[in-house]
Write a protein of this length. Structure first.
Length: 95
């Protein structure tokens, strides 16, 4: 992550990892980003969802009576692993 990006936006997450944290599909996260309902930060050519956007979305969903599922540790680990593998694959293509 570029220096200063985290201090400016808090933590940032790949979209597939954000989907796991929110308990929604990857396609739903892409849709929410496209609609402007989830803020993203571009790092290189990839959009990352900001921590604040995830928190605000979860709060709004809860206020509207939508209870988001809490992912298990296994789901979080699997999603983090997939995000890392995708990042490595994309990085190696650029080299």
């Amino acid at each position: 992550m570029p220096e200063g990006a985290q201090s400016l936006h808090g933590a940032v997450f790949p979209q597939n990892y954000a989907a796991t944290l929110l308990g929604v599909s990857k396609q739903r996260v892409h849709q929410l980003v496209h609609e402007g309902r989830l803020a993203t930060v571009m790092i290189g050519a990839r959009p990352f969802v900001t921590e604040g956007a995830i928190i605000e979305f979860a709060k709004a969903a809860r206020a509207n009576g939508i209870h988001l599922t809490v992912p298990s540790n296994r789901e979080i680990f699997r999603s983090a692993l997939e995000a890392t593998q995708e990042h490595v694959k994309l990085s190696s293509k650029r080299s």
